[in-house]
Ligand binder design. Sequence first.
Ligand code: ADP
Ligand code: MG
Length: 597
Amino acid sequence: MSNIIKLLPDHVANQIAAGEVIQRPASVVKELMENAIDAGADDIQLILKDSGKKLIQVVDNGRGMNESDARLAFERHATSKISSGEDLFNIHTMGFRGEALASIAAIAHVELISRQPEEEIGTKILMEGSEVTAQEPFAAVPGTSLSVKNLFYNVPARRKFLKSERVELRRIIQEFERIALGFPDVKFTLFNDDKELLRVHRGSQKDRILGLFGKKLNEKLFPIQEETDFLKLSGFCVKPQFCKKSRKEQFLFLNKRFFKSGYLHHAIKGAYEGLLQPDQNPSYFLFLEMDPGLVDVNVHPTKQEIKFSDERDIYHMIRVTVRHGLGKHQLTPTLDFDVERGQRDIASGQTTGNRPQSGHLGGGGFSAPGPRRDSGGDNWAHIFEGVRKEMTEHPEASQMELEGDLQKEESEYRNFFQVLNRYVVVATNRGLALIDQRAAHEQMLYEEFAESIDRDEGSTQNLLFPKTVEVPASDSAILQEILPTLQKTGFQLEHFGGNTFVIHGVPAIWTKELDPGDMLAEILENYKLKGDFKDSGKRIARSLAGSLRISAVKKLSEKEMKTLIDKVLNRPPSLDLLHKRQLVWLDEEGLAKLFKR
Ligand code: ADP
Ligand code: MG
């Protein structure tokens, strides 16, 4: 009998890995630019042809590679950035998986030219489908140039799912902006088809923001600054009167690296409470710096999500700091008036104390203003009252509460387990939290899908073999109609003609195990049942969540339990809840009652 298990050839393994890391031209841009930054470059050019479909080239002036490193760089798990498992938790550089170049070389034609500044001559390598086709010494300037041509030339299914040039270019620019924002001391230039689209020079954080988004933004921003033992927070937010309806220009960075967090967005939005219409959104550029050991950035290869070990403290600190920033800066006109009056008073022989001439609230961050608040926007006076009250009642509010919360948090999540294969029980300082696993999982899926649809950034798990399915004629029309939205969730689906569809990939997210064809059928069933939802994005998100949630009775792994607990216990209060009963608390009082104390 012959063996039936075979090892996948390297180039196939690389192609599969590429499916996760490289979803579109913008993913290549991100990987190459991050490598340039890691190489210490301070001048980085991105050169595109046909919006990246023909060529994506990144040229840097970093430390370069020698002949053998240049070759090794394309091996899977080749990285100069980690040598032990431990390093994973302390990494400061951007990429650390050692699979980006190997993945890219599996699905494109690649040319690498590199020279180390201390060497006389450089090296050039050509790659095609994971094979080195040529390597030779090459006269080059110091630094590295990596060109990626004909992306997905050997993966037609991927190529098919590229959107229009305009859309792909927009995504590339978005990626470019995110990296450029994090590194204001690096010069960046972007060309497409020989036209210069963007150029930003080295400067301050603010220079960089204005360089990318226009000088007009200057008057709309106010600064944010706060520091505790474990976290430094700085950046700029947009004043409420300039906030827009779109959700653009919302940037969060951790240690200079862009990340997304619906949870922290909620904290910032919360700080603007009472100042915005319900459909308005604040724009912000917030930079967090903390010990990388406290963060797990390796959560998902493409989604740029981050797991903090003390998310609630960060939530609180951001909310309080932005709120203070708002109170402080919106009152400036009133204070300017105050100063003018003071000067007049001095002229008339009276003094008004030692109020600083600048008209700002003194150096002490949260200190209270002078007596007059009766002129100018009373809305601001009103907010400021709130902030001031908070501050006089708790002079060091942010600091104290953070420390308090930190202690509380420390004992949280320590013990948790599953009972009856149905509920997750967590011991916290408040008491016992009982979580209904299916309801909690469905809610988590709903939030993830709604967000992917909102931002068109769902990630996909590609199928090794595309699956062809036929649906009833009546469903075919519905499916065609919801197809574009479904794709935003990461479902890669193609209408093949008639009632036939081909599934190339499914959302890359923890769901119940289901054959992709059954998955689609269930989603359609669910979608039809949820006809009472006007918002079609929400309707689709609900249908997916309803179809893909785990069973009510299922043994969960420790990691799965933890995922649910983190979601449920950290959820901001006002979210759109599918089931009221996901979480039941047995707190001190509840427990006492049980024992009839
Ligand atoms: P990772 O960045 O996770 O280490 P990559 O596949 O992106 O993995 O890169 C592999 C290795 O190639 C890097 O660790 C680095 O040593 C080298 N490398 C890649 N790009 C550059 C560059 N622009 N300049 C210098 N070295 C580079
Ligand atoms: Mg890398």
